[in-house]
Each structure stands twice: as structure tokens, then as C-alpha cells.
Design a protein around this ligand. Structure first.
Ligand code: FAD
Ligand code: NAD
Length: 467
């Protein structure tokens, strides 16, 4: 029986990063993935394919709606839906092949097959052809991720009542789609399908879209998506859905209890994801679960079995690829005796609608709830020269800072290139600098980043030079 120093179960962003760091530090490393391709949810059915489709449909939408204003004229614009999905698949394949290369380069042993613990030190891998491999390992890292969850009354049949996974594989343009949940998946999927001409309706239980972010972001996004033709129904509790053969029907009621229903080609369920440990044989180990099904870990991400660690979506918290990656490096470097740290409240969130939405640190609602005083510096993209040049004038940057010492408390952006702009705000929060520190640096002109400078300036108590 082969023995490894560190064995990683699951090859998503948590798993593959853990395996690479482990091999870099000289450990004999194995990684096990039950599917035929590496990369997990993010690479195969999550971050990467959605961004590929968001980028393609963004180009199409620009061609339809704004090329004319730039003086670009064409006739016979046509969307080739088959090519749209083919390119998405090619992007995914390039990324999974990149991971195969990285595993070979780092001399990591890759097993494809479903794995389950025999005991705290031994794992059995069952391959597609039903053959088995049994390995021992000094340490294990569980990185088995998450699967879509649903709500009572809604059974996902993967045909008409689907999740993001099936939606990404549709290969056709649906006439209509109802999305249950206006969270991150809901609004990204709504953008993709709305841009290609599908009639999209979002049914959201909360008062706002992307409800965990600063509420001004959700409100602004609601306006933008509504203007683009997405129908958004807030404060709606969905309680039933049924497959009608060629369509599906969804039933929901508002706060007053008034019942409504909608019929569409597909009902896309996007109401969150749950930790996935099915078939992992945790009952044969000392690993315990929390009540919500996540793997119980201490602050070192060590489970209740001292040689078994867990990272990424399977331990809960923000279900983000970069959070899983941070935890991967953290665990391996801790095993190695190093002292890495993770600042969970400085992990940025990004929503890849257009304009993009990005956020780091406390929201205004959180600060109010905690009774923390704050300054607000808010600046619109509409008066930024670069934004005007590019016709990308929607949105704003909102900076929240401590009124006494000026320390940044939170930065929230909706606007062009927010996904990339947020990185400098993360630096500011991580190193506890003030809004004034961020404001007095030089920002290239003309750039979208100048909107950040203006918002920092206002938060630090000085007037903007441009408004
Ligand atoms: P996963 O990526 O879920 O990987 C777990 C792997 O473990 C899977 O490949 C699974 O097959 C394998 N596995 C499970 N059980 C076993 C077993 N017993 N034996 C062997 N292998 C097993 N996050 C972002 O940060 N940015 C985004 O833009 C983004 N977009 C997303 C879009 C969508 C549509 C979805 C669904 C998610 C998106 N996410 C995004 C979230 C992101 O995908 C997850 O947070 C991330 O993949 C979690 O990584 P992980 O390593 O914990 O688990
Ligand atoms: P989410 O938690 O972001 O949103 C789920 C939404 O469904 C919530 O707004 C909730 O109020 C709503 N909801 C719940 N029950 C409902 C009901 N009965 N009727 C109507 N609405 C209801 O979850 P998600 O959008 O499914 O995404 C899952 C995870 O994937 C998230 O943790 C997210 O971080 C991750 N993800 C990240 C990205 C990104 O980083 N860009 C993209 C996609 C997914």
C-alpha cells in the first residue's frame, strides 16, 4: 500500500492549490478527484464557464446596444449560440489541462475516483472501472466542496427545474427562464441569458438583490438589470415548482400572502450551496460535522481528527474560490510549521454583472448594527473622464472610514472594472491605512481608478476637486 505525507481529497481551487503548495514544500503528495477532469466546481461548472459566457455575451450586448454610438456600423449581427457554448467549453478545457500540467510539474500523484475513509489514516479510492486503490497518508486535507441546495417544495430534476450546472450546459437559447434567488448566481445567470434574448425573471425572497452586500449595491444593480429588461420580483417566497414537460411552473407568494405563478422554459434554482461530504466515509473517522452539514474545524482548519484538515466550501463561510485557495496555503504552511494568517473580513466579493460589483470589509448596514460611527465618501463614475470616454458611466464607489482615525472600514463598488479596482482597497484594509493615505497617492489620468481616489478624498473629510 502506497503511503503519502499529505493527501488532498477534491481538486477544486482549495484542493489543487493545497496539493501544489504541499509538493512545493517537499511533501510526498496525492490528490484525488472523482470526476475525470481536475478543477472542481470553479473550473468546470462555476467561476470559469460563467465568466466565459459573461464575457462573450457582454461583447454581443455591446455590439447590439452601444457600437452604434461609437460609430461602428454593421449589418446582419447574429449570435451563434453553438459557438458561444463551444468557446466556453474550450476555455474550461484549457484550464483543466493547465491543472494536469501543474500536477505533473510538481510530481503530485493524481488518482481519479471516488474516495472514502477506511479510518483516520487510510483511504479507499474506487475508480470508474470499479477497481480500487487503497492508500495511507500521514495527513489528509478534505476539499470536497459544495453542491447546489434547494428549498422545500422544489425538486431539482435537472431537465426543466435546473441549477447553474445544467444552465451552463444548455447549448441553446431558452425563450424564457425564471431564476429562484437573486444572489450571486442568480444575477450572473440573469445577465448571460438576458443578453442573448431570453425573457428572464428573478424571484428573490429578500428586499434586495445580492442581499449580503451593501444594500446600495443591490439597489443600483436592480435598476440597471431592470433597465436591461430583466424582470425582478423582490420579497417573494417561492414554495413549489413543477415540470410540465416542455416547460416548468413555479409558485410563489409575496409578504401579504398573495399567490402567483409563472411558467417558463426552465426554472433555475439559485438559492445557495451546501457542503458536500456524501460517500466520504466520515463515519469511519473522528471527523464531526456541524448542524448545517459543514465539516467542523478549529481556527487552524483542523477537524476533530487531528491529522485531517478541511478547507474551502466544505467548511462553510464565504463560498469563494479565492477563500478556498487562501485556506489551502494556510493549512499546508501550518503543517510545515510556518505562521501564515487569513483575514476573513478582508476577502473581497465580486459579482461579474456589467457593470461589475465588488466589495471588501464592512457594509453600512453592518456598521449601523454594530453601532460603529463612520464617514462615507461616495463618488459616481458619471463624472469620471475615462468612464465618459468609454461610455461606462453607471455606478459609484462608496468608501466607509473611521471618523476619528480615518481607517478604512469598507469599500463598495458598482461600476466598470470594479472586479479589478477592488484589489487596491483590499491592500488598504489589510494594512489598516486611512482614507487620506489612499487619497493622497497618485492615480493615473484618465483611469477608472480616479473614482476610487475621489471617494477616499471625500471619506477623509476633504472636498472632491471634480464635483
Ligand atoms: P470545489 O471546487 O467544489 O471542488 C471540490 C471537488 O471535490 C469536486 O471536483 C468534487 O468532484 C470533488 N470530490 C467531492 N467528493 C469527493 C470524493 N469523495 N472523492 C474525490 N473527489 C471528491 N467563486 C469565486 O470566487 N468567483 C467566481 O466567479 C465564482 N463563480 C461561481 C459560479 C458558479 C455558477 C458557481 C456554482 C460557483 C462559483 N464560485 C465562484 C464559487 C466557487 O466555485 C467555489 O467557492 C469553489 O469552487 C470552492 O472550491 P473548493 O475547492 O472548496 O470545492
Ligand atoms: P446566494 O446565497 O448568493 O443567494 C441565494 C439567494 O436565494 C439569496 O438572495 C436568498 O435570499 C434567495 N432565496 C432563498 N430562498 C428563497 C426562496 N424560497 N424564494 C426566493 N429566493 C430565495 O447563493 P447562490 O447565488 O446560489 O450562490 C452560491 C454560492 O456560490 C455563493 O456563496 C456565492 O458566493 C458563490 N458564487 C460566487 C460567485 C462570484 O464570486 N462571482 C458567483 C457565483 C456563485
Amino acid at each position: 500500500m502506497e503511503t503519502f505525507d499529505i493527501t488532498v481529497i477534491g481538486s477544486g481551487p482549495g484542493g489543487y492549490v493545497a496539493a501544489i503548495r504541499s509538493a512545493q514544500l517537499g511533501y510526498k503528495t496525492a490528490i484525488i478527484e472523482k470526476y475525470n477532469t481536475l478543477g472542481g466546481t470553479c473550473t468546470n461548472v462555476g467561476c470559469i464557464p460563467t465568466k466565459a459566457l459573461l464575457d462573450s455575451t457582454h461583447h454581443y450586448s455591446d455590439a447590439l446596444n452601444s457600437f452604434g454610438a461609437h460609430g461602428i456600423e454593421y449589418s446582419n449581427l447574429r449570435l451563434n449560440v453553438e459557438q458561444l457554448f463551444k468557446r466556453k467549453n474550450e476555455v474550461v478545457t484549457k484550464n483543466t489541462q493547465g491543472l494536469d500540467f501543474l500536477m505533473r510539474k510538481n510530481k503530485i500523484t493524481v488518482f481519479h475516483g471516488s474516495s472514502s475513509f477506511v479510518n483516520n489514516e487510510t483511504l479507499k479510492i474506487v475508480h470508474d472501472d470499479k477497481t480500487e486503490t487503497v492508500i495511507n497518508s500521514d495527513k489528509f486535507i478534505i476539499a470536497t466542496g459544495s453542491k447546489p441546495s434547494t428549498i422545500p417544495g422544489i425538486a431539482i430534476d435537472k431537465k426543466r427545474i435546473i441549477t447553474s450546472t445544467e444552465a451552463l450546459g444548455l447549448q441553446e437559447k431558452p425563450e424564457s427562464i425564471v431564476i429562484i434567488g437573486g444572489g450571486v448566481i442568480g444575477v450572473e445567470m440573469a445577465s448571460i441569458f438576458n443578453r442573448i434574448g431570453t425573457k428572464v425573471t428573478i424571484l428573490e425572497y429578500a428586499d434586495n438583490l445580492i442581499a449580503t452586500m451593501d444594500s446600495e449595491l443591490g439597489k443600483a444593480l436592480t435598476k440597471i438589470l431592470t433597465n436591461e429588461g430583466v424582470e425582478i420580483k423582490l420579497q417573494q417566497a417561492v414554495y413549489k415548482a413543477e415540470n410540465l414537460g416542455n416547460t416548468a411552473k413555479v409558485y410563489f407568494k409575496n409578504k401579504q400572502g398573495e399567490e402567483q405563478d409563472l411558467t417558463a422554459d426552465y426554472i433555475l434554482v439559485a438559492v445557495g450551496r451546501k457542503s458536500y461530504v456524501n460517500g466520504l466515509g466520515l463515519e469511519n473517522t473522528n471527523v464531526e460535522l456541524n448542524n448545517n452539514g459543514t465539516v467542523k474545524v478549529n481556527e487552524l482548519l483542523q477537524t476533530t481528527a487531528s491529522n485531517i484538515y478541511a478547507i474551502g466550501d466544505v467548511v462553510g463561510g464565504a463560498m469563494l474560490a479565492h477563500k478556498a485557495e487562501e485556506e489551502a496555503v494556510f493549512v499546508v504552511e501550518r503543517i510545515n510549521g510556518q505562521k501564515p494568517h487569513i483575514n476573513y473580513d478582508r476577502i473581497p466579493s465580486v459579482v461579474y454583472t456589467w457593470p461589475e460589483v465588488a466589495s471588501v470589509g464592512a457594509t453600512e448596514e453592518q456598521l449601523k448594527k454594530q453601532g460603529v460611527e463612520y464617514n462615507i465618501g461616495k463618488f459616481p463614475f458619471a463624472v469620471n473622464a475615462r468612464a465618459r470616454a468609454g461610455m461606462e458611466t453607471e455606478g459609484f464607489v462608496k468608501v466607509l472610514s473611521d471618523p476619528k482615525y480615518g481607517e478604512l472600514l469598507g469599500v463598495h463598488i458598482i461600476g466598470a472594472r470594479a472586479a479589478d479596482l477592488i484589489a487596491q482597497a483590499v491592500v488598504g484594509l489589510e494594512y489598516e491605512v486611512t482614507a487620506n493615505d489612499m487619497a493622497i497617492m497618485s492615480y493615473a489620468h484618465p483611469t477608472y481608478s480616479e473614482v476610487m481616489k475621489e471617494a477616499y478624498t471625500i471619506a477623509s473629510g476633504k472636498p472632491s476637486l471634480n464635483i
